[in-house]
Write a protein that binds this ligand. Structure first.
Ligand code: TYD
Length: 214
């Protein structure tokens, strides 16, 4: 496919969402056709599944049910949004993708990183991002930021500190497993520095990719 698929990952409170906005703006300024999306969600049915997963009334959800719902929403997202964008030749920036399932469900919910990866093959048909930026902050730092910035916490943000440590460890494990795809951004620097680092990494990747294609 002609386009580029770039995902942004990070533990809760990493500042990933601000980073992705800054990258989106920069790519737009440079004249690229760029689309912003997110998981869970990113298409009509996928957004409906998102509501079920993140609803605080569903705290008793079985862990595999949760993992399967993320995968189901991912499949919808791929078919309705990601693939069409890649076929048009656009750059699609996505706030979370498969690596979130590996870190949250695979590691933190103890379903197993490989098991969750294998189950997701039914959803993705092997579609992996061209580039993933992992915005990392220590879990304590991330949670403190959330407490300061937001009153209402969603279901996953109400998890224990141990859960958040496991998410962090899961991400590091996944980054070590796929070093050619995943680049780490230090989320503990100032917002401007974090955004600048992410923008530089994405721009040099995009330029190199398009130079190689021409
Ligand atoms: P969201 O409100 O989008 O938060 P964030 O700004 O942190 O991305 O919530 C998404 C939550 O869903 C987040 O806590 C991570 C979780 N998640 C998983 O556990 N597995 C997944 O596969 C995905 C995509 C997200």
């Amino acid at each position: 496919m002609k386009g580029l698929f770039i995902t942004f990952e990070g533990n809760d409170g990493s500042g990933k969402s601000s980073v992705i906005k800054a990258v989106h703006q920069k790519l737009n300024e440079l004249g690229y056709n760029v689309i912003l999306s997110r998981e869970p969600g990113g298409s009509k049915i996928a957004e409906k599944i998102r509501e079920i997963i993140l609803d605080k009334d569903n705290l008793g959800m079985d862990d595999w049910t949760e993992a399967l719902l993320y995968a189901a929403s991912r499949r919808e997202h791929i078919n309705k949004t990601i693939k069409p964008a890649l076929e048009r030749g656009d750059i699609i920036l996505c706030d979370r993708y498969l690596d979130s399932s590996l870190a949250y469900q695979g590691k933190a919910r103890h379903l197993g990183i490989d098991e969750v990866y294998n189950m997701n093959q039914y959803a993705t048909n092997g579609l992996l991002p061209d580039l993933t930026l992992l915005v990392c902050v220590r879990p304590e730092v991330g949670l403190e930021r959330i407490a300061k910035n937001r009153g209402d916490k969603d279901r996953l943000e109400l998890e224990t500190i141990e859960f958040h440590h496991n998410v962090y460890d899961g991400y590091i494990e996944v980054a070590n497993k796929y070093p050619e795809r995943i680049q780490i951004v230090n989320g503990e620097a100032t917002m401007e520095e974090v955004a600048e680092d992410a923008i530089n990494k994405v721009i040099s990747f995009v330029k190199e990719r398009y130079a190689n294609d021409n």
